[in-house]
Design a protein around this ligand. Structure first.
Ligand SMILES: [Zn+2]
Length: 505
């Protein structure tokens, strides 16, 4: 998969003070999914004395071991987060890896776990005093510098304080950086004892101290190496409250998966409950996410849809007809059947040619919300609401539909007597609605809802219909009741006159 290779190229491990998506790289190196970390068949190598020899005059360190720390398997790229979960669990204040990620302030749109900078933020927010975290070791006197770093790590272990270290996973050329939780030292074998969150049974693993010292420094500079260590000293650790529903960690994990198929040149913006991706540059994508998606979601939720879609959905914003067509062919099922955009519940995606404007986007946003809140809704209601808001504004803090391009065709059909009764429209099956050869279904449904909106009845109608769905599956009886109308033929006449009096533009 070339895009993953290019991702590696774009995120070299040589960036100072920043961990480069270790687990993603790790998975590439080992050809393994990261969900379970490397399998137990591939434990981190623990060569018997094969690591670079440490100083012959290395001081002896006494035994130290922090016992009773449970092991936690990391989610993809959440090695630092899982380390924190392990130790907070041992302290009786378990902060799970998702909560650690949330506390880190890491932007989920980056699709990676916390780097050193954000992990420091998370630990400090949780009540740890981690100190400076980054140390510099002169490359020409590395042995002495590393010995001092190890002595400090050991002194903390001796007083019962473990450390998270950022180190190379192993000594392979394309190895990655990885957070491990160091819990002890065994002098007999001269081994460091640690929990590895990427290893399924990775509790109390051992590594020769020489190997550890070879893998620990991050050689970002030719003259100066970086050593990263978080000593986990804490006065009081306070686990944050668990927010209901999805959180930043869920979006980060989703984006990690999404990036596997994301073509180059696409930007990612998280706008719950959606992840918005587009090829028009990050500013353009962000503008659509905030001005169109956030705006529509807030207003639609307020009046109609308290429940969010069950899963995170992707909104693909292709900047023009050519990229939209190409994207449909390469990423979805093939040639698009509409030039504007569509919602695919199968792909959990809204796919847009955003070059045609944001109207279709709002239209399509309605559909997954209907699916989540009123799954039995007939097509006429679903498409009526979607198309009502494809030309939308707000009035007194509520979303409203405006007249739009569908009006002219409807007026023409009304004059020609080609528009069916509402009894007929509302009873239309899904396949009949979409197979409409008169071409008036969308417009008739839209302007029925527009009429209700203008009479102040739309929200009431929607809620009563949703509540009465079992006894009135078409909505026709609810429509008559909300209108207070016993003669629906007379209503149809009034509605026709109303529609013929509308203007667009
Ligand atoms: Zn639609």
């Amino acid at each position: 998969m070339p895009h993953r290779a290019s991702r590696l190229a774009a995120h070299p491990a040589s960036r100072p003070t920043r961990r480069a998506a270790p687990c993603a790289v790790l998975c590439l190196a080992l050809g393994l999914g990261c969900n379970n970390g490397p399998s137990s068949a591939s434990p981190p190598r623990s060569p018997n004395g094969s690591g670079p020899a440490s100083s012959a005059v290395a001081p002896r360190y006494p035994r130290a071991l922090i016992e009773g720390v449970p092991h936690v398997a990391q989610k993809p790229d959440f090695c630092g987060e899982a380390d924190v979960e392990m130790y907070t669990a041992a302290l009786g204040q378990r902060v799970d890896q998702d909560q650690v990620f949330a506390a880190s302030g890491m932007d989920p749109a980056r699709g990676m776990g916390a780097t050193t900078r954000e992990l420091k933020t998370a630990l400090e927010r949780l009540g740890f005093e981690v100190g400076p975290v980054w140390s510099r070791v002169p490359a020409d006197d590395a042995e002495r510098g590393l010995e001092a770093e190890f002595a400090a790590l050991h002194a903390d272990l001796a007083r019962g304080v473990p450390s998270i270290v950022c180190m190379h996973f192993d000594d392979r050329p394309r190895t990655t950086e990885h957070f491990r939780l160091v819990l002890g030292y065994e002098p007999e074998a001269d081994e460091v004892v640690y929990h590895d969150p990427a290893v399924a049974d990775g509790a109390y693993l051992r590594m020769k101290r020489g190997t550890f010292l070879a893998l620990w420094p991050l050689k970002y500079g030719a003259d100066e190496w970086t050593v990263i260590r978080f000593p986990l000293a804490a006065k009081t650790v306070a686990a944050p409250g668990r927010a209901a529903g999805r959180g930043p960690a869920d979006y980060a994990q989703h984006v990690m998966e999404l990036r596997k198929k994301l073509p180059s040149g696409f930007s990612v913006v998280v706008e719950p409950p959606f992840v918005v991706v587009g090829d028009g540059g990050v500013d353009t994508v962000r503008r659509s996410a905030e001005r169109t998606v956030r705006w529509a979601v807030e207003l639609l939720q307020k009046d109609f849809f308290p429940a969010e879609p069950r899963e995170i959905l992707d909104i693909w914003l292709f900047q023009d007809a050519a990229s939209y067509r190409k994207g449909c062919v390469e990423l979805f099922d093939g040639e698009p059947t509409t030039p504007y955009g569509f919602y695919s519940s199968e792909h959990k995606a809204l796919v847009m040619n955003i070059g045609t404007g944001g109207g279709t986007l709002v239209h399509e946003i309605v559909h997954p919300f209907v699916e989540a809140n009123f799954p039995e809704a007939p097509a006429w209601l679903n498409e009526g609401l979607g198309s009502l808001y494809e030309q939308a504004s707000s009035r007194d803090g509520h979303i409203i539909g405006l007249t739009n391009w569908r009006l002219a065709g409807l007026q023409e059909a009304l004059r020609a007597g080609r528009v069916p009764s509402f009894a007929e429209l509302t009873a239309t099956t899904r396949s009949a609605f979409y197979g409409d050869d008169r071409g008036t279904n969308y417009a008739q449904a839209r302007y029925l809802l527009y009429y209700l909106q203008e009479k102040g009845l739309l929200v009431d109608f929607y809620r009563r219909f949703a509540a009465a769905r079992a006894t009135d599956p078409t909505g026709y009886q609810t429509l008559a009741a909300v209108l207070g109308e016993s003669d629906m033929a007379a209503f149809q006449k009034r509605w026709e006159a109303f529609v013929l009096g509308l203007r667009f533009p």
